[in-house]
Design a protein around this ligand. Structure first.
Ligand code: COA
Length: 532
């Protein structure tokens, strides 16, 4: 395989400036991750510990295989909203007794672990990741159920959690509930719907209605233990399959269950002993442009990401603002589509379409590295059929059946987001680098378009156009779109599965590829490869 040769000058001013800019956004990311890890903060965490309970991340650590990696998802969910960053739940892909699975753990230190609209989206996304990639699910349950003030946004869609859990079971994807505390009302259906339920003595409370509600409804005086304790459910109702003496015992039992599910991954195994890249991933920080308008060569990123920096480029002389080619990441064969100079022309769209068809012929997963301002506009391009060519690419991306992994490296604007397998195109996993932006178009362009439209509208109705007001409005809109394009804003709303350190790109792709290979990896069949 041809080896990529890097042209990066690590002593250049541009490199140093880029690196400084990336380190600054990474500091901001660390700050927000620390907030997510802190959950409900010191006071609530201490109260939780004083009750003899473990914080969610300690439960998680005990559950996962020692020294195994954990790919946390949507860590900044709810960032910048009225809710705590992280959204009261920790989700991710980890290894338990040698089995890769999705873990969903409530954080009871944040508003009793109650689920708000962001926690719901995050939970549903984790369950979707489990379904499409065929990953078993372990729930670490301790939640006050619905966040009551936001129930109107939650109640109806939250039913989907139980739908997903039982659907997973129907697909023979095992589901486990380890119940550490409150699991009431709708929450009771989590252990109710899982294949396996483990309840912790004197902590688990699994009932449709607690004592006050029962009193209101029927006048009965009931107590927690008789209504939904671990002993009752283990001896009387039979909801609990395993009675756990304490939290450590529950985690031990959960690990044992996973060890006995007789799990086999359906995708092909990776090549053994893959060669690391020949260039240092640390250098990615100096390659990504500080100014997103300045393009950078994605081959420089690939040289620091793919096995042995080996990249077999497809059609290198045609449609050159999109780089396509074959490589291997941690031993898994992949096809790569990476934007180079931002704009997608007809040639790039046709090249991408052919390349996606080829990957489907050979059952090869695809990696999309986004840095695009979208498809080219203008008379020449419209007359040249840019809509039809973009449609070909979007068609190919939609109907491609091999797993897609997408990373927004710097920008993802307009229909480029769709063509490059953005969220709406079902990439199995999707991440962004912390400086990346995403929006329908750039903030300045969007504000400018609105101003032109406003001016034309005034002219057509004969109204005077207030230049001063327009200037103010344009500035305000530009600031709003700029804020909404920010990677934290985007990830907060679950439009990707998390923000990653660019230096971890190879590791994250390797873990993601391993996860998607839990399921079969097969391309779309039916047509031959259209030569466009
Ligand atoms: N919605 C919104 N806020 C909630 C909440 C919920 N479902 N459950 C708890 N909270 C809030 C509390 O008001 C409290 O806020 P504060 O500290 O600002 O006063 C904070 O979360 C911690 O709750 P607290 O009751 O002190 O925690 P706890 O660990 O002692 O008890 C629960 C946790 C979940 C057992 C208890 O809060 C509870 O019973 N909540 C209601 C459960 C319920 O009926 N949910 C509806 C199911 S659909």
């Amino acid at each position: 395989m041809p080896v990529l040769r890097s042209l990066v000058d690590t002593s250049s001013e541009t490199y140093q400036a880029n690196r400084a800019a990336q380190l600054a956004v990474l500091d901001q990311l660390t700050e927000q991750l620390e907030l997510a890890i802190a959950g409900g903060g010191e006071r609530y965490t201490q109260r939780h510990r004083d009750r003899g309970k473990l914080p969610v991340r300690e439960r998680l650590e005990l559950l996962l295989d020692p020294d195994s990696p954990f790919l946390e998802l949507s860590a900044l969910a709810a960032w910048g909203t009225e809710f705590t960053v992280g959204a009261t739940v920790v989700t991710g892909i980890g290894v338990v007794s040698g089995v890769e699975c999705v873990v969903i753990g409530h954080d009871p230190t944040v508003r009793g672990g109650a689920m708000n609209p962001y926690s719901l989206k995050k939970t549903l996304r984790a369950l979707e990741i489990a379904r499409v990639n065929r990953l078993p699910v372990i729930n670490l349950v301790e939640s006050g159920g619905a966040d009551l003030p936001t129930q109107a946004e939650l109640f109806v869609p939250a039913g989907r959690i139980f739908h997903e859990l039982t659907e997973l079971s129907a697909m023979a994807i095992p589901t486990i509930a380890l119940v550490f505390g409150n699991s009431t009302a709708g929450g009771a259906y989590v252990p109710g719907m899982c294949d396996y339920a483990v309840l912790v003595d004197r902590q688990a409370k699994v009932f449709l209605g607690g004592p006050p509600l029962v009193k209101m409804a029927t006048g009965e005086d009931a107590d927690d233990e008789a209504l939904g304790g671990a002993e009752m459910h283990s001896r009387v109702s039979g909801l609990s399959d395993h009675f756990a003496a304490d939290e450590h015992d529950a985690i031990r039992i959960g690990r044992e269950i996973m060890a006995r599910i007789n799990w086999r991954k359906l995708g092909p195994a990776p090549a053994l002993d893959p060669t690391p890249p020949r260039y240092d991933p640390e250098e990615i920080l100096g390659i990504v442009s500080a100014d997103i308008k300045v393009p950078f060569d994605p081959r420089e990123i690939l040289a620091r990401t793919v096995d042995g920096s080996e990249f077999d480029e497809y059609k290198p002389l045609y449609g050159t603002s999109l780089v396509t080619g074959w490589a291997q990441v941690h031993g898994y064969p992949v096809g790569v589509l990476a934007n180079h100079r931002g704009v997608l022309f007809s040639e790039e769209a046709k090249k991408a379409s052919e390349f996606i068809l080829l990957a489907n012929q050979t059952d090869t997963p695809l990696i999309f590295l986004q840095n695009t301002t979208g498809y080219m506009v203008g008379t020449e391009y419209e007359q040249g059929g840019i809509i039809k060519d973009g449609a070909k690419m979007i068609n190919a991306v939609t109907n491609s059946a091999v797993p897609h992994l997408t990373i927004n490296m710097a920008s993802s604007f307009g229909a480029g987001n769709y063509g490059m397998s953005g969220r709406a195109y079902d990439p199995r996993l999707m991440f962004a680098w912390p400086g990346a932006k995403l929006a329908v178009m750039g903030a300045a362009q969007l504000a400018g378009v609105l101003s032109i439209v406003g001016r034309a509208s005034a002219a057509s109705t004969g109204r005077p156009f207030d230049e001063e007001a327009d200037k103010k409005r344009t500035a305000a809109i530009e600031a709003q779109i700029e804020a909404e394009s920010h990677a934290f804003y985007v990830t907060a709303r679950l439009y990707d599965d998390g923000i990653i350190d660019p230096r971890d790109t190879r590791t994250v792709l390797g873990m993601s590829l391993s996860a998607v290979h839990s399921n079969t990896v097969a391309g779309r069949r039916g047509f031959g490869v259209f030569r466009m």
